[in-house]
Design a protein around this ligand. Structure first.
Ligand SMILES: Nc1ncnc2c1ncn2[C@@H]1O[C@H](COP(=O)(O)OP(=O)(O)OP(=O)(O)O)[C@@H](O)[C@H]1O
Ligand SMILES: [Mg+2]
Length: 350
């Protein structure tokens, strides 16, 4: 690790985020935790069922909104989100959540045809145990209408010149924000603004993005190149070939994340495997990918090489993996502490 990134260099990279402006475009979500105190529940008079008395609700940003949260936690001076939401109560809460985190939410297009994506997680609390009940999902039931695609594309065209980087969060399998047309427009913009950093995370379609940095996990990368192959763990040389194929198609570096095995970077005509930063169980991997993508973009805008940026992103993701029962973010201080820990661990084993 130290051969790729000295501590001084890490500090330098992290210190540059405050004067950056970074956008996130794509699927934003609101995560809602509804806590029902079942010890207060009495059998309802009308139905033979026990109601769920909600005693507490907690909201947090999900999907692209969590990527934005990670950018803010990294100290990025201005974080802006671009998306289309519904005209509903969830839009208001999402806007409040984002604003309270210092994220600019003034460019959200609201439409009565859309539903603000929300995942409600009911948590039933008993005397001394708790259980999660089935999630309640709010998603749009139709593809993004052409007029809304136009509005979103116009907005991002106008705003792009003022951004240092744009992260694309293509999270939903269907009826999401990054439609074929929106993706086409982003591919063109990325070619036109070749001096800006575009970083894309896509669950289903990572192989269709062009002129931008790709951040697939190994399953997403495999599916993009070999749609019919089964998901069996792959040796590193094969992952490198797959990553290189995607890098050739995209015309930009590719960062294939490998969970506890770290990262395969395909860039500058070569590839390199970077092991994950050491972590202490218990672990909660939720949000690792978002922290990784945010730290990657921040490092690149600070002038980091792909290898340096991958090292910073591994450290940021490791910080989040150790945070239990929360999606989690990583601050510059936490990343520096993680760097010191990783260095101590290596010296200990040397
Ligand atoms: N168990 C772990 N130990 C150390 N680092 C980890 C672990 N799991 C994940 N990471 C870090 O997080 C990064 C991203 O993880 P992963 O490959 O699981 O991404 P992902 O599948 O996109 O995650 P997500 O489920 O958040 O979308 C890895 O490259 C690594 O740096
Ligand atoms: Mg992911």
């Amino acid at each position: 690790m130290e051969d790729l990134l000295s501590r001084t260099r890490l500090q330098e990279i992290l210190s540059r985020s405050s004067d950056r402006k970074i956008g996130v475009i794509g699927d934003l979500a609101l995560d809602a935790y509804w806590y029902a105190d079942m010890t207060r529940s009495f059998l309802s008079r009308e139905t033979p069922r026990f109601p769920r008395p909600i005693v507490r609700e907690v909201f947090s940003p999900g999907a692209g909104a969590n990527v934005a949260h990670n950018l803010a936690a990294l100290g990025v001076g201005q974080v802006v989100v671009f998306s289309v939401v519904g005209e509903d109560w969830r839009r208001d809460i999402l806007t409040d959540v984002l604003t309270s985190l210092g994220i600019e939410a003034g460019h959200l297009i609201a439409s009565s045809q859309r539903s603000t994506v929300t995942y409600v997680k009911p948590i039933l609390q008993g005397y001394d145990s708790w259980q999660e009940d089935s999630r309640l999902d709010f998603e749009s039931d139709q593809p993004l209408a052409p007029a809304l695609e136009d509005a979103l594309i116009d907005m991002i065209r106008q705003r792009l010149p003022e951004l240092d980087a744009l992260l694309i969060a293509d999270q939903l399998e269907i009826n999401g924000i990054i439609t074929d047309r929106v993706r086409g427009a982003l591919n063109d913009l990325a070619a036109h603004y070749a001096d800006r950093w575009f970083v894309v995370d896509s669950r289903q379609r990572i192989g269709l993005f062009r002129n931008m940095i790709l951040k697939p996990n190994w399953r997403e990368a495999l599916r993009a190149v070999y749609p019919d192959r089964s998901d069996r763990a792959l040796p590193h040389d094969e992952l490198a070939r797959i990553g290189q194929t995607l890098a050739d198609r995209a015309g930009r570096p590719v960062f294939v994340t490998l969970s506890e095995e770290g990262l395969m970077i395909c860039a500058e005509g070569t590839h390199r495997h970077l092991p994950a930063a050491p972590v202490q169980p218990p672990l909660d991997p939720v949000g690792a990918g978002d922290a990784f993508a945010a730290a990657l973009a921040v490092s690149l805008t600070a002038g980091a090489t792909p290898w340096e940026a991958g090292t910073v992103a591994n450290l940021a993701a490791a910080v989040v993996v150790e945070k239990l029962n929360q999606t989690g973010t990583a601050s510059p201080d936490e990343i520096l502490t993680r760097y010191d820990l990783a260095r101590q661990e290596r010296q200990h084993h040397a």
